[in-house]
Design a protein around this ligand. Structure first.
Ligand SMILES: CC(C)(COP(=O)(O)OP(=O)(O)OC[C@H]1O[C@@H](n2cnc3c(N)ncnc32)[C@H](O)[C@@H]1OP(=O)(O)O)[C@@H](O)C(=O)NCCC(=O)NCCS
Length: 194
C-alpha cells in the first residue's frame, strides 16, 4: 500500500466502485479533473491499482477534506484513516491549523471515522423546501425528456449545490447520460445508468 497523487487514469477504477451514500451518482465524477489541479488529490494504491482517494483543498489557515472513498473490498483496514491523516500532514506542513469536513448525518461510518480522529461537530445543516404536497407516487424510467418533464418541481444536487429541477435541467441531464428519475411521494432521485 502506498499513498500517491491521484491521476487521470485512476478515475475509472475509482468511479467503478463509487456510489454516493446520498444520491447514487457520485459527485466526485464531476470534480475529478478540477481536483487533479487543485489542492492535494491523494490516491491509495494496492498492487499498482488505486483502491481509494481523498481530496484536500486549502484556504486561509484551513484544509477542507472531501471525496474520501475506499473500495468496499478494502474497507475497515485503516486506509480511510491513513488518507485523512496524510491530508492533515500536508496541511500541517503548509501551516494550516484547522481541518474541516462535511458529513451526512446518515453516514455513520464516516462520522465514526471523523470522531475517532478527534473531529468534533461544529455545525449542522438542513435542506429545506416549500412546495405543494403531493400524495400520489410515480416511477418513471426514461431516456426521453418528454416522458418526465412533468416531474419538474424538485431539486437535484451537483457537487454539493442543490438546483431546481426544471424542463431545461432534465433535458440537459438526460442528453448527457442515461438517467433514471424516480419519484415517490416527497422523495426524488436521479441515477446514471451507465
Ligand atoms: C467511510 C470510509 C471512507 C471509511 O474507510 P475505511 O478505510 O473503511 O475506514 P478505516 O478502516 O480507516 O476506519 C477508520 C474508522 O472509521 C470508522 N469506521 C470505518 N468503517 C466502519 C464501519 N463499517 N462501521 C463503523 N465504523 C466504521 C471506525 O471508527 C474506524 O476506526 P476503528 O476501526 O478504530 O473503529 C468508507 O467506508 C467509504 O469509502 N465509504 C463510502 C464513501 C463515504 O462515505 N465517504 C465519506 C464521505 S464524508
Amino acid at each position: 500500500m502506498r499513498i500517491r497523487k491521484a491521476t487521470k487514469s485512476d478515475k475509472k477504477p475509482i468511479l467503478d466502485f463509487c456510489q454516493s451514500p446520498y444520491s447514487g451518482v457520485d459527485y466526485i465524477a464531476n470534480v475529478w479533473d478540477f481536483w487533479l489541479k487543485d489542492g492535494a488529490f491523494l490516491a491509495m494504491e494496492h498492487k499498482g491499482k488505486p483502491i481509494g482517494v481523498c481530496h484536500a483543498s486549502f484556504s486561509k489557515n484551513q484544509v477542507w477534506i472531501e471525496g474520501l472513498r475506499i473500495n468496499p473490498r478494502f474497507r475497515q483496514k485503516g486506509y480511510g484513516r491513513s488518507l485523512v491523516l496524510r491530508a492533515e500532514q500536508i496541511a500541517k506542513r503548509k501551516h494550516h491549523k484547522i481541518s474541516r469536513m462535511i458529513i451526512s448525518n446518515s453516514n455513520k461510518k464516516s462520522i465514526r471515522l471523523a470522531k475517532s480522529l478527534g473531529y468534533i461537530i461544529e455545525d449542522k445543516w438542513y435542506l429545506y423546501n416549500l412546495k405543494p404536497r403531493k400524495r400520489q407516487s410515480r416511477i418513471v424510467l426514461s431516456s426521453n425528456p418528454k416522458q418526465i418533464e412533468n416531474l419538474a418541481d424538485s431539486t437535484y444536487s451537483k457537487s454539493w449545490k442543490w438546483f431546481t429541477i426544471d424542463k431545461f435541467s432534465i433535458t440537459k441531464l438526460i442528453k448527457k447520460k442515461n438517467t433514471c428519475f424516480y419519484k415517490k411521494q416527497e422523495n426524488f432521485g436521479s441515477w446514471d445508468l451507465e
